[in-house]
Structure formats: structure tokens, C-alpha cells
Design a protein around this ligand. Structure first.
Ligand SMILES: Cc1cc2nc3c(=O)[nH]c(=O)nc-3n(C[C@H](O)[C@H](O)[C@H](O)COP(=O)(O)OP(=O)(O)OC[C@H]3O[C@@H](n4cnc5c(N)ncnc54)[C@H](O)[C@@H]3O)c2cc1C
Length: 362
């Protein structure tokens, strides 16, 4: 049986990034991915330049556009135009994820795609990772296997976790310019719709909690945007973070969506997938794997506590927030600072609460 220092399950941004850093540090790394690469991933693909700059190799060929303005709608009405102080970079996810994987392979990681991991055994000195195409031995195992993480569940690292459902379609021919993205509220009790303009298509979607209403509201949103045809709609889960949970057990840890590291307000996850992979690699290289959960809390998920509160308030008072918060351009700018990594939710919460202190909620 072949033996490795680290096996990584999943070749999304989290798994591929971890593979890059660990292989670059001279470790013997194997990536196992269930789909043939490059693979499709349902995603808006919105990310900030700072995230791309945090990777030590070029991924610019995956960029398909730049959003400098967002138009917010409340129940398809009352558009509010906000100018971002930092553009949102639009990515082709299939290309982006594969560029990271290729960088990892160039630095020595071994890639095995079209292979599904289906068991893990914890031995005295190592781990056995089994799949539909054979078994492998490893010292460390990283679960980078997405929202429904098999590794997380099988090891007991992931317990109960909320899930948002999202529907996404790649649509042609909308009357929306390349610099402007649309975001809609008021469709669901919790969740929102989007239309992100890319060079050759629009990523249109809805994400949240809503059961059947999700499909109905998605169709309303597509009609509103002027989508005439019946696009292929893909459903994909978005995990909800449990702030402070333990994300490691012995020599096994989970990263990215498998660790639930998605912003509770926006569903943004690529940035946190990459950051968590960087932290995972650090703790393995430094031989301090027990530090992993604490470092994730400090560097990523602590601020999600504030995002949760904002999200609770925002989604319970969507009409009010549209009028009083989104229309206040200062907050839109503050919000873009958060997404671009220049500020944190804790600060935004203070910015929102202070002016509301003397405001009536009717
Ligand atoms: C509709 C939608 C829109 C989104 N829009 C945005 C956005 O605009 N901006 C943003 O920042 N985030 C967005 N996100 C979130 C973002 O897509 C995720 O946070 C990100 O993909 C997480 O990366 P990951 O590497 O952890 O997991 P993934 O990208 O999900 O990769 C996991 C990989 O593991 C593989 N895998 C799973 N199980 C196994 C197994 N048993 N064996 C082998 N391989 C396995 C899968 O095939 C997959 O390739 C969106 C999500 C959705 C669903």
C-alpha cells in the first residue's frame, strides 16, 4: 500500500491550497478527488483581489470580470445603487480551482482524480484511507471534501450543522453591464438572490432557507432579470459555521466548507477555504496540529459571531435594513471593506447600531 505524509480529500480551493503549501514544504502529498478535473462547481465566483494576492502563484487567467457597482433590490423593487471602493473579482471556478491544483502538482503533490474516498481507519501509527479504487496509508489527513464532508462525519469532527440551500444557473443574454452585479432581498425569511456578470455568462442564484419557496422565488428572480429560457439549475449546499467548534481530531482536520467556514451573512466561502488551508498547512508543518481549531477561531470564525448577529437582524428586518442601512452608502462601503478583508464585522456592527439607537423600527 502506498504511503504519504498527508492525504487531502477534495480538490476545491481549500484542498488544493493545502496541497500546494505542504508539497512546497517537501511533504509527500496525495490529493484524492471524486470528479474528473477540472470539475464544475456551482458558485457565484465573487472574490476580492486580496484573496488572490494571498496565493503565491498567478491565478489571473481565471478572472472573468470585475464588479465595481452593486444594485440592491428589495422584493424586486426600490433599487439602490452602491459603488464599491474595491472591485469584486469574478472567477471561473472550474479554472480557478484547477489552477491551484496544478500549482500543487508542479510543487510535487500527487493527484488522483475520479476516486471517491469511502472509509478511514485509525491505526496505531498512521491512518488508512480507503476509496472505490484502493487504499492508501498516511500520517495526516485533511478533509477538504465540501459541505457534506464525509471525512468530517466519519471521524465525528462534524456534528450538527445548519445548511443553506442554493440554486444557481449560468444564464446568457441579460441586460446587465459587466461592471454591475445585482443582489436581491425580501424573497426568503433568510437568504438572498444574486446575478453576477461575467465575461461570457451571468451567474444567477438564490441561497438561503426556504424549501419549495426557493424554487418559486428563483423563477421570479430569473423572470425579473429578463431570462427568457429555461437554464440548467444546479442545487448545492452552503454550510453554516459553528463558531468555536473543534475542527481536528488526532492527525485529522477539516478545512473550508468541510469545516463550515462560510460567512453567515453572505455565504462567502472561497476566502475562508484558502485561509483555513493556509492555517492547516502551517500547523502540520510546525508539528502543532492541536493548535488548529484555536487558530481558525482567532483568524477566521471569531468575527462570524458578529456576522451572525448582523445576519439575524438583517434577515428579520429586511425592508427596514434596505431603507435605513443599504440606502446609507456609508454602510455599503463598510460592507465592501469587510468582504475585501480591510475591516471586520465587529466594527460594522458598531457602525450600524450607533445610528440606529434613536430610530423607530416601524
Ligand atoms: C451557489 C453557490 C454560490 C457561491 N458563491 C460564492 C461566491 O460568490 N464567493 C465565495 O467566496 N463563495 C461562494 N460560495 C461558497 C464557495 O463555493 C465555497 O465556500 C468553496 O467552494 C469552498 O471550497 P472547498 O474547497 O472547501 O470545497 P469545494 O469547493 O466544495 O470542494 C470540495 C471537493 O471535494 C470533493 N469531494 C467531496 N467528497 C469527496 C470524496 N468522498 N472523495 C473525494 N473527493 C470528494 C468534491 O468533488 C469537491 O471537488 C458559493 C457556494 C454556492 C453553493
Amino acid at each position: 500500500m502506498k504511503s504519504y505524509d498527508v492525504i487531502i480529500v477534495g480538490a476545491g480551493p481549500s484542498g488544493a491550497t493545502a496541497a500546494y503549501y505542504l508539497a512546497n514544504a517537501g511533504m509527500k502529498v496525495l490529493i484524492l478527488e471524486k470528479y474528473k478535473l477540472p470539475r464544475f462547481k456551482a458558485c457565484g465566483g465573487g472574490i476580492f483581489e486580496k484573496v488572490l494576492a494571498s496565493l503565491p502563484f498567478d491565478t489571473s487567467s481565471a478572472i472573468t470580470g470585475r464588479t465595481t457597482n452593486i444594485t440592491f433590490y428589495n422584493n424586486l423593487k426600490d433599487p439602490v445603487h452602491a459603488k464599491l471602493d474595491t472591485p469584486i473579482i469574478m472567477l471561473n471556478r472550474k479554472k480557478f480551482d484547477y489552477l491551484i491544483t496544478e500549482a500543487a502538482v508542479r510543487h510535487g503533490a500527487e493527484l488522483n482524480d475520479e476516486i471517491r474516498v469511502n472509509n478511514i481507519e485509525i491505526n496505531q501509527n498512521n491512518l488508512t484511507v480507503s476509496s472505490n479504487k484502493g487504499s492508501f496509508l498516511t500520517r495526516f489527513l485533511i478533509g477538504a471534501d465540501g459541505a457534506h464532508s464525509f471525512i468530517g462525519k466519519r471521524t465525528g469532527i462534524v456534528k450538527r450543522r445548519g445548511i443553506w440551500t442554493s440554486l444557481e444557473a449560468e444564464v446568457q443574454g441579460l441586460k446587465q453591464n459587466l461592471e454591475t452585479s445585482f443582489v436581491g432581498f425580501g424573497h426568503l425569511k433568510t437568504g438572498y438572490t444574486w446575478s453576477f456578470a461575467k465575461k461570457d455568462y451571468y451567474s444567477v442564484g438564490i441561497g438561503g432557507i426556504g424549501g419549495k419557496k426557493l424554487t418559486i422565488e428563483f423563477r421570479r428572480w430569473l423572470d425579473f432579470l429578463g431570462c427568457k429560457d429555461n437554464p440548467r439549475i444546479v442545487s448545492h449546499p452552503i454550510p453554516q459555521v459553528v463558531v468555536g467548534e473543534k475542527l481536528q481530531k488526532g492527525n485529522i482536520l477539516v478545512v473550508g466548507d468541510a469545516a463550515g467556514l462560510v460567512d453567515p451573512l453572505t455565504g462567502e466561502g472561497i476566502r475562508h477555504a484558502i485561509k483555513s488551508a493556509q492555517i492547516a498547512s502551517e500547523v502540520i508543518i510546525e508539528n502543532k496540529i492541536d493548535e488548529y481549531s484555536r487558530r481558525i477561531l482567532k483568524n477566521i470564525s471569531y468575527d462570524f459571531k458578529f456576522s451572525y448577529w448582523i445576519s439575524w437582524f438583517f434577515y428579520n428586518f429586511q425592508g427596514f435594513c434596505h431603507q435605513k442601512v443599504i440606502k446609507n452608502n456609508r454602510e455599503s462601503l463598510a460592507f465592501s471593506k469587510i468582504l475585501s478583508g480591510k475591516s471586520v464585522y465587529q466594527k460594522l456592527l458598531k457602525n450600524i447600531i450607533n445610528p440606529l439607537k434613536n430610530t423607530s423600527f416601524r
